[in-house]
Design a binder for this molecule. Structure first.
Ligand code: ADP
Ligand code: MG
Length: 353
């Protein structure tokens, strides 16, 4: 029997920075997807969340629809990397809200990858697997997502945030102050990344990146970004990414110094930049962020790709439950909130730079 668990992630700061080689600061959390089953001739997986199943050949060939496309892409890519054609019969169960910005899709691709690897006695290094999971998402649903989500599921560390440079792929761990809790509140508005403006934003940013002559936004100054030769929309998208990379650096310092006001200002700054410059927030996310500050959070911002999903807030640990409950009640739409604990990623023990 094989059991593979992949955690979801909360990104503290560094949003829409990963796919231009920038900095992110996520935490692997105690919500995740578990795949349970055993070797078989073909791949047969049931999802308890969706109540249906996917059936494919061991190398991923066959027909797949819906969530089965992720399984198909993972199996196909693993076969291309040399995984022996061993099937797997099992089920998957998840505690990750779907489409809420906690990356249920990466929890799915990583847990399924690990189960298929385990069944076949095959393995890949964590970052290789993270790249494969990212590619699987692109192949499955055409979402050109970044490295952050699968990398966090694999490399996260209990009690720490993962400071990942998505350009160099170097990473280090930043201790989470024990007195501070991570709160997530779901707006209940669902993004469907396949149909949302995510790909459009990436394309707009590309125009700004092209004007940097090969330098990455994490390495240019705000003045250089503002005077790049690109159209106004592209320049605004670029300004978000350049300032957001800088906010990640300052946030790490503020966490180390436990500077609550600085943490609050940086989260507010990130949200405003995502709202005004990157234009991926929604009125519901803006409201939740305001409510979080009103109810005593240290800071809050929208999290994930945007166009719906959740906010992340930091709160003093003793107040986290009441901040979460207060925001949910004031929001008034019967939504959910979680006070999350950090957990180890599934590949943590394998390699660390
Ligand atoms: P997010 O990653 O923010 O939760 P996405 O739109 O990227 O949102 O991914 C959601 C998709 O991932 C779902 O529509 C489904 O196809 C797949 N998925 C996530 N969790 C599960 C699950 N437990 N079972 C089956 N499919 C899942
Ligand atoms: Mg996703």
């Amino acid at each position: 029997m094989t059991t593979a668990f992949a955690p979801a992630r909360v990104n503290l700061i560094g949003e829409h920075t990963d796919y231009s080689g920038g900095l992110v600061l996520p935490v692997a959390v105690d919500l995740g997807t578990t795949v349970h089953g055993e070797r078989a001739e073909a791949i047969r997986l049931r999802s308890q969340s969706f109540g249906d199943e996917v059936e494919l050949a061991a190398d991923g060939s066959g027909d797949a629809a819906g969530w089965g496309r992720y399984v198909q892409a993972v199996a196909g890519l693993l076969a291309e990397r040399g995984r022996p054609a061993v099937g797997f019969d099992g089920s998957l169960a998840s505690t990750v809200p779907i489409g809420a910005g906690l990356s249920s899709s990466a929890a799915l691709t990583v847990s399924v990858s690990l189960a298929l690897c385990d069944a076949a006695g095959f393995s890949l290094a964590p970052l290789e697997l993270a790249h494969l999971a990212r590619e699987a998402e692109l192949r499955a649903v055409g979402v050109p997502c970044g490295l952050m989500d699968p990398a966090t599921s694999l490399l996260g560390r209990r009690g720490h945030a993962l400071l990942l440079d998505c350009g160099t792929e170097e990473y280090s761990y930043v201790p989470l102050p024990p007195g501070i809790a991570v709160v997530v509140v779901d707006s209940g508005v669902r993004h469907t990344l396949e149909h949302s403006g995510y790909a459009a934003r990436r394309a707009e940013l590309e125009r700004g990146l092209a004007a940097l002559g090969g330098r990455r936004p994490a390495d240019v100054t705000l003045v250089e970004a503002a005077t790049a030769d690109a159209d106004d929309v592209a320049l605004r998208r670029l300004r978000h990414v350049v300032t957001e990379n800088e906010r990640v650096r300052r946030f790490v310092d503020a966490l180390r110094a436990l500077d609550r006001p600085a943490l609050g200002e940086l989260l507010r700054g990130s949200h405003e930049s995502l709202r005004v410059d990157f234009e991926v927030s929604t009125p519901e996310l803006d409201l939740l962020v305001d409510l979080a500050y009103e109810h005593g959070a240290i800071g809050a911002r929208m999290m994930g790709g945007g166009f719906g999903g959740s906010i992340v807030a930091l709160a003093d640990a003793g107040r986290a439950e009441s901040v979460a409950a207060g925001v949910v009640e004031a929001y008034g739409r019967g939504t959910s909130a979680w006070v999350c604990d950090s957990v180890d990623g599934v590949g943590t023990n394998t390699r660390s730079l």
